[in-house]
Design a binder for this molecule. Sequence first.
Ligand SMILES: CCCCCCCCCCCCC/C=C/[C@@H](O)[C@H](COP(=O)(O)O)NC(=O)CCCCC
Ligand SMILES: Nc1ncnc2c1ncn2[C@@H]1O[C@H](COP(=O)(O)OP(=O)(O)O)[C@@H](O)[C@H]1O
Ligand SMILES: [Ca+2]
Length: 559
Amino acid sequence: MEKQPRLLSSQLLLKNRVFEVTLNRALLTWKEIQTKKKRVYGSIHSTFKVAGSYCVPVPEIVAVREAEADSRTKDEGRWQKLSQKPTEGYPCAFTVSYVERGRQHRWRCSDVTFHCSDWTLCQQWVQSIREQLLLLTSRPKHLLVYINPYGGKQQGKLIYEEKVAPLFSRASISTDVIVTEYANHARDHLKMEADLKKYDGVVCVGGDGMFSEIVHGLVSRTQADCGVDQNCAEEKLVPCGIRIGIIPAGSTDCICYATVGTNDPATSALHVIVGDHQPLDVCSVHHNNTFLRYSVSLLGYGFYGDVLADSERKRWMGPARYNFSGVKTFLTHHHYEGTVSFLPATDILGNPRDKTKCRAGCYICQHNGKLLSEEAQLHKMEEPVSCSETEGDWRVIRGKFLAINAATMSCACPRSPKGLSACGPHHRPHLAPGSTSCVTSCATPARPHPHPQVLLQLSILLKINFLRHLLRHTNKDDQFDLAFVEGGGARGGKRLFRQICRDHPACGCTPVNSSWNCDGEILPHATIEVGVHRQLIRLFARGIEDQPLFEDFCTPSVI
Ligand SMILES: CCCCCCCCCCCCC/C=C/[C@@H](O)[C@H](COP(=O)(O)O)NC(=O)CCCCC
Ligand SMILES: Nc1ncnc2c1ncn2[C@@H]1O[C@H](COP(=O)(O)OP(=O)(O)O)[C@@H](O)[C@H]1O
Ligand SMILES: [Ca+2]
């Protein structure tokens, strides 16, 4: 790494020990200097030895402030030993707040206080660090915050006040806070009223539904401002210019979990403060050339649609409603007839079975998801295992389905830490390659055996298989190695799925439809068209970082 020129370097006291503290444009470092008596040719000499050495990247410094005046007094004795004395009556210490990494991608804000020999030096340090922080132009200064007091365990307001607001104020971020009063309050405020020029970001406190309101408000507003018609499925949408922060306070919080690696409010607040940015693909959902909704996480028909419909009636249970309805829906075992058509994402790296990991700074997400031609061959999707055909470029799957899931991100959440489309160990689909992963769970194979006993056995087998498939959501295994599960990346751009789940063919019996689960909101239409819009929005997140090996909170990095 290129060595950065020193901006400032001094010997300062930390917990009554002497440290060489250095600031350059990239790092704040402090190295302990141990004074040790040493006998040289019969006389006693003091020598200095460097012991512990720590560093914090400047972009991970949250704030710097002068420390309390009384904190220096206990160190006076030590300064006298160093033949210096702190200036009387002035604060001679400063505290640096910085990001400390913990287990499971958690971040917390820690403080380190350095004591200076005089007030002027202390001011010099505070000024220099502040100047470096001012150079970080991607940090937000003024935020618009929406709190959903109704989602999750109804703790949104408390979570914000106790865990987030103090961090924003420490980082000198000013906020305008709106506690929503009804569903779609935030969406409509953003779409029609909010003066977005005043803000560097919008933060939502709630679950995926609250995030979805923000996305709808911002995307609709941007399209209206740019004269783009959302009802036209073929239109290329204009990306939103303002970043979104998610403070998790909902029931699943999968968008936060999948983009940050944890659903911890303080961690999310710190990602906002340091000004992270993570682009995200967004699916648009249309029905008969009418815009229905946008989706960022899961579009699920069958199992997940039924779980959602049932669980909404049990909101009083809080997040546990999903477990209850999940088991109930599984036992009810509905399947639905339909047709899924999609354009396979053969030219895109990062299909659901490739071996690349999507991590912070992911190459695939940064490079348009495009592959050089020979790489395209290497990563070509596997051939379908059953019940599919082709219509030109389109792949068509007809049959009875237990579930059809289109996951635009991993959908990782505490219930499913590796995500819905987890395939190999440690693998997640990418956050913004311009495609979505479609996984169908067929209830019937291509040619069902006519004998009723065989059909019964098949049905039991499929139920066991579906349970195995669901249980794999809760761990890290490959879901695509089950014979009845089909999967693939479907490419972005124009239309991705056509005629998903067309209603029952004309065979005389009454068609029974499920509904779509669209990021946790119910879509009553069965027939939908879906298109992927690459990197339409940006979050205050950085994707999932590779985890260092440690036990507890361990930064600043020991160097
Ligand atoms: C027999 C029991 C089966 C248990 C299977 C467990 C698998 C869990 C997978 C979770 C997938 C999550 C996809 C996330 C979707 C969210 O956008 C949506 C809304 O989130 P929020 O508003 O924060 O609640 N959540 C859901 O639709 C919940 C699905 C849970 C199904 C058990
Ligand atoms: N003040 C409010 N009162 C009622 N519903 C609200 C309010 N604010 C937002 N909503 C709606 O609450 C629903 C659930 O919110 P969400 O954040 O998804 O929580 P959860 O994760 O518990 O489902 C969403 O449909 C959202 O639009
Ligand atoms: Ca919800």
